[in-house]
Design a binder for this molecule. Structure first.
Ligand code: SF4
Ligand code: SF4
Length: 290
């Protein structure tokens, strides 16, 4: 056991140094005990040597999430994804150097939104893995809410055959059922339920919104992560005013230059395509190539 705790500390140290904001450890049996995911989406079905799942998270800084939908948010999302894949790839090779077989799944388990439209299931849920690794609980918005960053965090998972002492799961739901995600979702894809924290989620409506935003290069939406009041990142940025999100749509419809939203509308107006400033048709698309 002492040896396994030493390995856990080595992994923690390696991942922190490499830039991970969150690190959690889940035993592969937690998928079977919980029986929430279909058997073929559990770690040992995907890679039979899996004994421990190490979940790494990187934060999405709040002020950039607040600009969504925007090019800036898309670029940060891409940077977070690249960071996660690099972290996981390096951790696999680090574990190999220590003599432990390992395997990883990229942060998004799909190659395009169109594929998800045809077959709405990713290869593996990092959200469930992060829950089993004790990093947070699932909220009404179907995201993992963490004490540190609420839902403004992305995850990747590394499997290893090494036994590593697991982290405890968080028992009390972090979601306070404030309803902000439900109210602000542009396509009403989220519906609260009385009987559990996780809301009903219209996957197709959300996916179609992402496909639409993809045409403007403003994917992903992420409004349900922006408006969530949970997370200590709100203390860091001193941004606790959820009403600003609840009023946003109406306020900008009344005055697109409303000063309360200028920081976000500036980014959307000058950095991004949107419905007001759509991309030019192909034959006219000669920006910078005269
Ligand atoms: S990502 Fe956007 S469209 Fe999808 S559920 Fe969240 S708020 Fe709604
Ligand atoms: S916005 Fe409110 S209801 Fe939605 S996940 Fe966050 S705490 Fe829960």
């Amino acid at each position: 056991m002492k040896k396994n705790n030493e390995l856990k500390e080595k992994i923690r140290h390696f991942c922190k140094k490499a830039g991970a904001d969150l690190i959690g450890f889940a035993p592969a049996e937690r998928w079977d005990e919980a029986n929430e995911m279909p058997p073929e989406f559990r770690p040992q079905a995907i890679w039979k040597q899996a004994c421990t799942v190490i979940v790494l998270g990187v934060a999405m800084p709040l002020p950039i999430v607040e600009t969504t939908p925007s090019f800036l948010h898309k670029e940060m999302y891409t940077a977070a994804n690249q960071t996660l894949d690099g972290l996981a790839f390096n951790l696999v090779r680090y574990l190999n150097r220590l003599g432990h077989p390992a395997f990883f799944l990229t942060r998004d388990g799909f190659c395009s939104l169109q594929v998800l439209r045809e077959r709405p299931q990713v290869i593996f849920s990092h959200v469930m893995a992060a829950k089993y690794a004790g990093l947070g609980t699932i909220g009404v918005n179907n995201c993992l809410l963490t004490p540190e960053f609420g839902p403004r965090v992305r995850f990747v998972s590394v499997f290893t055959s090494a036994y590593i002492p697991p982290d405890s799961m968080i028992e009390k739901d972090l979601c306070i059922k404030c309803g902000a995600c439900e109210k602000c979702c542009p396509v009403n894809a989220i519906t609260q339920r009385e009987d559990r924290a996780r809301g009903d989620y219209n996957y197709t409506a959300c996916l179609d919104k992402h496909i639409e935003l993809g045409r403007y290069k403003n994917y992903p939406c992420g409004i349900c992560t922006k408006v969530c009041p949970i997370g200590k990142d709100r203390d860091l940025y001193q941004q606790k005013d959820i009403n600003i999100y609840l009023r946003e749509k109406e306020a900008l419809a009344a005055d697109p230059d409303d000063p309360a939203y200028r920081a976000w509308t500036h980014v959307r107006k000058y950095g991004s395509w949107n419905a007001q400033y759509p991309p030019a048709r192909k034959k006219e698309d000669n920006y910078g190539h005269k």
